[in-house]
Design a protein around this ligand. Structure first.
Ligand code: ADP
Length: 231
């Protein structure tokens, strides 16, 4: 069966002054695939995710294709549109807006996208229900547990039906029970919605559960391992 490519990156190089952080990365993520990026601290994982998320610029000559569109040569404004519409983000710190409720936080990327308020709020409500957070809709971030906040951040990442969700240490600040729940949520969303994820993680149990594990070392892909058994 032909699989759809949701993200393809070629020739990704990045330096900060004289420090060469990424030295020619190529990678692909397919529809309904969960890929992990692992590697020692300082190996360039976050820098790579920032570039793939159009939050930082690689050296000239890189190619980045998201949902079949070559976005590498787009203007900054057009890249921002792609970032909001086609990409979802989950960070270690939830980065929810403290003055807004869970429902409003989740709806925010859709409102920015110009979706009508009632439609955006309706979709946000639907996602909160799927993520078992219905009863938290009207709560502000400081009225929720760490695990709940992170699940709200996942709902926010999904609101615009992104081609792929980029997650940087999403469970890094959670205890083991909440960590396991969040990881399970990624696999459930893949199964139920065909959602793709690219996840930077130090968590070995998560990395090994992913369809593919990409190991970065000193700015290059050192290994790609394919998961053996079925989920
Ligand atoms: P990882 O996520 O694998 O820990 P990072 O991508 O955060 O690695 O960092 C890779 C290297 O790049 C590190 O040596 C880090 O200090 C450096 N680095 C990251 N961002 C910047 C920046 N904005 N300016 C200068 N150096 C940076």
């Amino acid at each position: 069966m032909e699989r759809n490519l949701v993200l393809k990156a070629e020739h990704i190089y990045k330096s900060f002054d004289t420090l060469e952080v990424l030295k020619g990365i190529d990678l692909e993520v397919y529809e309904a695939e969960i890929v992990s990026i692992v590697g020692a601290s300082g190996s360039g994982k976050t820098t790579l995710l920032q570039i793939l998320g159009l939050l930082d610029q690689p050296r000239k000559g890189a190619r980045l294709i998201i949902g079949g569109k070559d976005v590498s040569t787009l203007s900054k404004n057009k890249q921002a549109e792609v970032r909001n519409k086609d990409l979802g983000f989950v960070f270690q710190a939830h980065q929810l807006l403290p003055e807004f409720t869970a429902l409003e936080n989740v709806a925010m990327p859709a409102l920015i996208q110009g979706i009508k308020k009632d439609v955006a709020l309706g979709e946000a409500k639907r996602l909160l229900k799927i993520l078992n957070l219905e009863q938290r809709s009207d709560h502000k971030p400081n009225e929720m547990s760490g695990g709940e906040r992170q699940r709200v951040a996942v709902a926010r990442a999904l609101i615009n039906k992104p081609k792929i969700v980029l997650a940087d240490e999403p469970s890094g600040s959670l205890d083991s029970k909440n960590k396991e729940e969040l990881h399970q949520l990624f696999f459930d969303l893949r199964k139920e919605m065909g959602q793709s994820f690219l996840i930077v993680t130090h968590d070995e149990s998560l990395a090994e559960r992913c369809d593919r594990m990409i190991t970065l070392s000193d700015g290059v892909v050192k290994a790609i391992s394919q998961r053996k058994e079925c989920e």
